[in-house]
Design a protein around this ligand. Structure first.
Ligand code: ATP
Ligand code: MG
Length: 146
């Protein structure tokens, strides 16, 4: 059981290398950057989302005008999914990936380096500890976590 008391509440985040970055061959460079930034890989897999699964993952954005575009993009090709561990993982990882729109992302961030546009922005990072758990459970069984 995870809880704040034992320090585990905020030490994990979930990420996906999105179809654009995967197709361009950036997965290795991105994983290396994540490791160099101090994140430990707890789980890792290559997979592909169906349109239905992509819609489920991003259900919170259902009412947004870009929802269909997002679902089409996220189901357009293979992705790499991972659970990462580090103190303050969610916030530190959001800093590492940079702003949603790569044009606004800070120098050296993953989106600045590898993303093409606000829609095709190379990588996902959980936005809260609660969503980390939901997203990690969406992709990984307990037998796939180390
Ligand atoms: P993610 O959840 O993928 O880590 P984020 O938290 O930075 O990204 P969200 O607001 O959660 O950004 O948006 C989810 C995803 O929806 C974005 O990463 C992007 O792929 C897509 N998206 C967001 N805004 C737009 C937009 N204006 N036009 C097209 N796609 C968008
Ligand atoms: Mg988000």
């Amino acid at each position: 059981m995870r809880g704040k008391k034992n320090g585990f509440m905020d030490n994990r985040t979930f990420t996906m290398i999105k179809p654009d970055a995967f197709a361009k061959g950036y997965s290795g460079a991105i994983i290396d950057k994540i490791i160099q930034a101090g994140f430990k890989i707890v789980a890792l897999k290559m997979t592909k989302l169906s349109a239905e699964k992509a819609g489920e993952f991003y259900a919170i954005h259902k009412a947004r005008p870009f929802f269909q575009e997002l679902v089409d993009f996220m189901s357009s090709g293979p992705i790499v999914a991972a659970i990462l561990e580090k103190d303050n993982a969610v916030a530190d990882f959001r800093t590492l990936i940079g702003a949603t729109d790569p044009a606004k992302a800070a120098e050296g961030t993953i989106r600045k380096l590898y993303a093409a546009s606000v829609g095709e922005n190379a990588i996902h990072g959980s936005d809260s500890d609660d969503n980390e758990k939901i997203e990690s459970d969406f992709f990984f069984s307990v037998l796939e976590r180390f």
